[in-house]
Design a protein around this ligand. Structure first.
Ligand code: GDP
Ligand code: MG
Length: 303
């Protein structure tokens, strides 16, 4: 336990918003490590990820949530929406993240559905995209409209440019209760290694394939084993599930080329995490309709 001082501030902060607004990026930036994966694609975050920010006088447990999409009616998506809303129902403080350049119907719907009794900060991310006076004025108008949701504050930030992230942390801190740190100071997430490894592999797949394919795949790490004979080389085995037979050859690529790129890129990142050598084996397996299959989604922790 750290921080048993009476001045120590700590609590859970929920991150909610549309897909792709930059929730996972913010959490990673605040913590200084890749805790939650980030890509250009929607639906990158499926399982909520807890990211822990520690400083000498506070500990913030960020709950990074899947993006909320009211239009997509796939079972996977309905579950993601349910998970996100239930995760912001028991926090000390919530952040709804929007893009500074646009306020969409889904943003308003998310704000309307946030629990009234939990303090709210609204964060306008990607201000680096605001280039002219017109866009600036549009943002001011947006701020005026957002006041009706009664946030504690509306804070413009840019994760990309590291603009006002420290200010945001300060505002979060000011609104957390006094208490003992729930996590070790050195912990950055409560997720286990298998989950973190599977997410890194999934990120590299997403970066190598199109949207249509990434919605239909999942990754499971089946084994992580140290080999003491080979200077503690780690052998990692993972299966990539796809729900469409036509996607299998695309994932594997001509003469296995695509899968090789995915394997090499993932291995490089995993070596950094483990600070040592890694041998990664990947298999691709067809499991029809995993994203519509309630039992399989339960297995993946998406319930
Ligand atoms: N221009 C710009 N892009 C950003 C910023 N923050 C995040 N992004 C990008 O937005 C995309 C989605 O980010 P991600 O964190 O995965 O969003 P999430 O779906 O809300 O978790 C990624 O391509 C990020 O690099 C920012 O401040 N400015
Ligand atoms: Mg995310």
């Amino acid at each position: 336990m750290v921080g048993n001082s009476i001045n120590f501030l700590t609590g859970y902060v929920g991150l909610a918003g549309r897909p792709n607004v930059g929730k996972s990026s913010l959490m990673n930036q605040a913590i200084g490590k890749q805790v939650s994966i980030v890509t250009k694609r929607k639906q990158t975050t499926r399982n909520p990820v807890l990211g822990i920010f520690s400083s000498p006088d506070c500990q913030i447990a960020f709950l990074d949530n899947p993006g909320i999409d009211f239009k997509n009616s796939l079972l996977l998506n309905k579950r993601l929406k349910k998970i996100a809303f239930s995760n912001v129902a028991h926090t000390n403080l919530n952040i709804v993240m929007l893009e500074a350049t646009k306020l969409l119907a889904d943003d308003r719907k998310i704000l309307q559905n946030m629990p009234n009794e939990i303090p709210l900060l609204i964060v306008l991310n990607k201000v680096d995209k605001i280039r002219n006076t017109q866009q600036k004025e549009a943002m001011y108008k947006m701020v005026a409209e957002l006041e009706k949701f009664k946030p504690l504050e509306i804070i413009p930030i840019s994760v990309k440019r590291n603009y006002q992230i420290d200010l945001l942390i300060k505002k979060i801190k000011q609104n957390l209760p006094v208490g003992e740190a729930p996590f070790k100071k050195t912990s950055i997430t409560d997720r286990d290694l298998k989950f973190r490894v599977s997410e890194i592999i999934r990120k590299n797949i997403i970066n190598c394939v199109g949207d249509e394919i990434h919605y239909h795949l999942a990754v499971e790490v089946t084994n992580i084993e140290e080999d003491p004979d080979l200077s503690f080389l780690r052998r990692i085995e993972a299966t990539i599930y796809t729900s469409k037979s036509s996607h299998k050859p695309i994932l594997i690529g001509e003469r296995g080329r695509k899968l090789k790129i995915i394997r090499l890129r993932s291995t490089k990142e995993l070596k950094n995490i483990f600070q040592g050598d890694v041998h990664l084996s990947l298999w691709v397996k067809l499991v029809s309709c995993w994203n519509k299959n309630s039992a399989l989604l339960d297995n993946m922790g998406i319930s």
